[in-house]
Ligand binder design. Structure first.
Ligand code: V1D
Ligand code: CA
Length: 489
């Protein structure tokens, strides 16, 4: 388990200093303590307090910020540094438990990824990539322009994954479902939803989300995964397509031929229903067009997510908060403002279930920082002033009309023509509700209400699973016996 760190030092390389670490020289000491005084004052001025009745934990290792995908690549881990600095400037760290996380271990990665892929990822470097089979003509494990080999790649992966695993464990450990507690754990460096079992994809190498869900399944009967990144959460969907204990719900721009990854159509609801496939209808996709606006998105989100929670009855939720669904994103095509994106998080929060909040895409760094700072404030129940604090580092990144006028909530709408009308939005809601009726109509054993006293006890959950498998097996035998008869199932 990662160590908990209450003070957040602002020295560039180790923002999570161990509690007993002494400043290395007098100059840094005075600068750090004066900054800390300013920030503490900001926290007081902004009324930042620890939330009552639940805990928010923040999981991070700032070494992740120093990695570079290459100068022309849109993924900039530096956006995480900007985000952290803005969160600090508002004093939000006083409202959370801060965890300085360690790197994920090989064994942790292997709970989902293949040994051969992990070997490759840990061995490939810019110097040996040609000998390892990545050239202009051929590649391995889908490395290439989207997923380049760069210095420190494996460490980058184990850092963001380590923070996610720490967040999931904190939720599982401090938050057994039988307490009905609704703690929140945050890792803005995580949420890399495209990675597959033995393949990198869409800037993602290790699927930290899958690892988190597997961790949560140790104590939670059902986990709902919600993805509001502008891209389809294909890696997570694929990993749990055959499970009825995980439901995946992704909102994204969809164009089969012209927008990555080209999957996530309205009728892609997972494998077909058969007696041996418990995962039927546990994938739900909400494919969108360019230019969707705040009211349309939040309406869709609440209608569809609300119904999903009602039908699936998750005991924990994982929310991927990709910031590329904001207006003005370098890759995204939506018109959403920060508060509308945040309203989706607030809606999920209002269900008061243990919640794991992760990052994801986001390619206009200043808006990524704004969004995730705002969403950290929602988790802690704080209300932030619109003016970016005067003491915030990189204040120039937010200044000027083209960068949002030093405001936390600049107007981000209006860049893209809105291709949605009322009919389109209502059609999506109706079709998704229909898909959910299939799930409701064919409940597997895991969908039954599980007595509170067995929640959180792995052996007993396993026993319920075994019982379910036996029931399915006997159903299968009945079905096989009735082959040829009508209405056998
Ligand atoms: F524009 C680029 C410049 C350099 C390298 C890559 C890109 C780029 C932009 N968009 N790559 C993409 C997407 N890939 C393609 C494929 C290239 N083939 C020919 C098609 O269009 C990938 C977009 C990945 C989005 C990642 C994510 O935002 O969903 C994310 N979520 O968590 C982390 C990242
Ligand atoms: Ca999505």
């Amino acid at each position: 388990m990662a160590s908990i760190v209450q003070e957040w030092d602002r020295t560039p390389l180790s923002p999570f200093s161990p509690p007993n670490k002494q400043p290395t020289n007098g100059l840094r000491e005075s600068r750090t303590s004066s900054l800390q005084r300013t920030v503490r004052q900001a926290a007081v001025d902004n009324g930042i307090q620890r939330p009552r009745g639940y805990n928010v934990s923040f999981h991070y290792n700032s070494d992740v910020e120093q990695h570079h995908f290459g100068s022309h690549h849109p993924m900039k881990p530096w956006r995480l540094h900007l985000t952290k600095e803005l969160i600090l400037s508002y004093g939000l760290h006083y409202a959370m438990d801060l965890y300085q996380t360690r790197e994920a271990t090989r064994a942790e990665l292997a709970t989902f990824h293949t040994d051969e892929y992990i070997d490759f990822l840990s061995e490939v470097t810019p110097d040996n990539m040609n000998e390892m089979g990545i050239t202009d003509k051929e590649t391995r494990h889908n490395f290439g322009d989207d997923c380049p080999v760069f210095d420190g790649l494996y460490r980058y992966c184990t850092l963001y994954t380590g923070a996610s695993v720490s967040a999931a464990r904190t939720l599982a450990a401090t938050n057994p479902p039988f307490t009905n507690s609704h703690d929140i754990a945050i890792n803005w460096s995580g949420g890399l939803h495209h990675a597959k079992k033995s393949e990198a994809s869409g800037f993602c190498y290790i699927n930290d989300i899958v690892l988190c869900i597997l961790e949560l399944l140790r104590t939670h009967p059902r986990v709902l995964y919600i993805d509001i990144d502008v891209h389809h959460g294909d890696g997570v969907e694929q990993a749990f397509a055959s499970s009825d204990r995980v439901m995946t719900l992704s909102y994204h721009k969809y164009d089969k031929y012209d927008f990555f990854p080209g999957t996530g159509g309205l009728h892609e609801t997972g494998p077909k229903a058969t007696s041996s496939n418990p995962g039927a209808y546990t994938s739900l996709n909400v494919p969108l067009l360019d230019g969707i606006e705040d009211d349309q998105y939040t309406y869709l989100f609440e209608q569809i997510t609300g119904k999903t929670i009602e039908v699936f009855r998750p005991t924990a939720i994982v929310l991927q908060c990709g910031a590329d669904s904001l207006g003005g994103d370098r890759l995204g095509k939506f018109n959403l403002n920060i508060k509308a994106h945040g309203a989706c998080l607030s809606f999920v929060q209002s269900h008061r279930l243990p919640l794991l909040v992760l990052g994801g895409g986001g390619y206009t760094a200043r808006n990524v920082a704004r969004l995730w700072t705002h969403e950290t404030s929602l988790c802690t129940g704080s209300v932030l002033p619109d003016a970016i604090p005067a003491a915030a580092p990189y204040r120039q990144a937010f200044a000027g009309a083209e960068n949002g006028d030093s405001l936390l909530y600049p107007n981000l709408e209006g860049r893209h023509e809105n291709k949605h009308d009322r009919e389109k939005i209502e059609g999506l809601v109706q079709t998704c509700h229909e898909h959910l009726r299939h799930l409701q109509g064919a409940p597997s054993v895991m969908m039954r209400r599980i007595p509170r006293e067995v929640w959180g006890v792995r052996e007993e959950v396993d026993a319920v699973l075994k019982e379910e498998e036996a029931e399915r097996e006997s159903g299968r035998r009945d079905l096989e016996r009735s082959v040829g008869e009508r209405g056998g199932y």
